[in-house]
Write a protein that binds this ligand. Structure first.
Ligand SMILES: Cc1cc2nc3c(=O)[nH]c(=O)nc-3n(C[C@H](O)[C@H](O)[C@H](O)COP(=O)(O)O)c2cc1C
Length: 160
């Protein structure tokens, strides 16, 4: 399927993937750290901005994960993951975490928290989720997690 690109926005010399990324960068989405624990007790994590609420009746969230990422493999392997939302004050911290290599990213994010959970201590809001549905879409896995734990922080949840 071809993607038609409107003249001049963005430059039509870009590939459809580049154009799509450029377009999505202009769309405001909450940014979060998705984390999980391996069978060996190691915490793996990556920054995601595809988290969306699915249902409030059955508290649940969805996320799209690159199937080639370490975090996605671990999430599918263990079936449990945590989502910690960055706040609007966390921009610099978010860039540091996002830019950290896969083996040190959870450490840079300060995980685990003081209670031993793989969530960010200063997160606005954090969810513990268990995979309820999973669908593979091209190079991504759409994971829907049922929320089994909620920690509401004291700061506003504005990951702008
Ligand atoms: C702002 C931002 C949003 C991102 N959103 C996602 C996302 O929704 N899904 C995803 O798989 N990767 C996303 N990424 C890329 C991952 O954070 C990460 O680079 C990649 O998954 C490598 O992770 P790994 O160490 O688990 O292999 C995002 C990166 C940034 C900086």
């Amino acid at each position: 399927m071809t993607v038609s690109i409107m003249n001049g926005f963005p430059p039509s010399s870009e590939t459809p993937a580049e154009t799509f990324r450029a377009a999505m960068r202009t769309v405001l989405q909450p940014t979060a750290l998705l984390s999980c624990e391996t069978g060996e007790g190691e915490i793996v994590a990556c920054v995601v901005n595809t988290v969306f609420p699915v249902s409030a009746e059955v508290p649940s969230v969805g996320v799209s994960l690159d199937v080639n990422s370490r975090t996605c493999r671990q999430v599918l392997d263990t079936g449990t993951f945590w989502i910690s939302f960055f706040t609007s004050d966390d921009r610099q911290y978010m860039y540091e975490v996002a830019g950290a290599s896969t083996t040190v990213r959870s450490e840079v994010a300060g995980l685990p928290d003081s209670a031993g959970q793989p969530i960010m201590s200063n997160s606005a809001t954090a969810f513990k989720c268990v995979i309820a549905r999973q669908l593979t879409a091209w190079d991504h896995s759409l994971v829907i997690g049922q929320v089994t734990g909620i920690r509401v922080g004291e700061t506003a949840c504005l990951s702008l």
